[in-house]
Design a binder for this molecule. Structure first.
Ligand code: E4P
Length: 217
């Protein structure tokens, strides 16, 4: 399973990247706003840092302008994936940009039918938003399962990029379900390491090291 980091904060990406935890990055207009940076500048910096796909989202809603924006975004670096919303105009832009050989991430997916359309339009990634479905009392993980089944039934190569991840259990369930990629905020990825028995066990070992004066160096 690939790990993408869902942020436009350079320091947070660099920290996880140094540990080999970053296979790609996703951004969106809200994350760019939060960073306070210019979209082109910050996206370029992220692409210099990370080898894998870096999703940068278009701002237009009509296909023609989305395609023009996408063509500008892919000039930033070879590893740009143009992110387009799951609308008919977004799918039109997806088809054109993917036919031109660019990676496209179709975002704001909330149903398996939408995911089916995105795959047929040549999407490289489909981004189902788990957390936002859970927020309204629906089952985000059921959507991932449905898309996995449908894509496998017909051999679609579009990668399932589980997005809007809020908890470590979303990551675990995505891995169990066979999502190709998860994208999560750095804090959620970092909290995957937490286990009280690890902390407790280490505390005991440290106490015994001190008591027995165990030294290696
Ligand atoms: C994915 O590409 C989106 O940027 C992101 O996962 C949305 O997450 P949110 O619902 O927490 O805003």
């Amino acid at each position: 399973m690939k790990f993408f980091v869902d942020t436009a904060e350079i320091d947070a990406i660099a920290e996880l990247n140094a540990l080999g935890m970053v296979d790609g990055v996703t951004t969106n207009p809200s994350l760019i706003k939060k960073s306070g940076r210019d979209i082109i500048e910050v996206t370029k910096e992220i692409c210099e840092l990370v080898d894998g796909p870096v999703s940068a989202e278009v701002t237009a809603t009509d296909a023609e302008t989305m395609i023009a924006e996408g063509r500008k975004l892919v000039e930033i670096a070879e590893n740009i994936a143009v992110k387009v919303p799951l609308t008919w105009d977004g799918l039109k832009a997806c088809k054109t940009l993917s036919d031109d050989g660019h990676m496209v991430n179709v975002t704001l997916c909330f149903s398996a039918n939408q995911a089916l359309l995105a795959a047929k339009a040549g999407a490289t990634f489909i981004s189902p938003f788990i957390g936002r479905l859970d927020d309204i009392n629906l089952d985000g993980m059921e959507l991932i399962e449905d898309i996995r089944t449908i894509y496998d039934n017909y051999g679609f190569e579009t990668q399932i990029l589980a997005a809007s991840i809020r908890t470590v259990n979303h990551i675990l369930d995505s891995a169990r379900t066979g999502a190709d990629v998860i994208t999560a905020p750095p804090a959620v990825i970092k909290s995957m390491i937490n286990h009280p028995l690890t902390d407790k066990g280490l505390a005991t070992f440290l106490a015994d090291i001190k008591a027995a004066d165990i030294k290696i160096l």
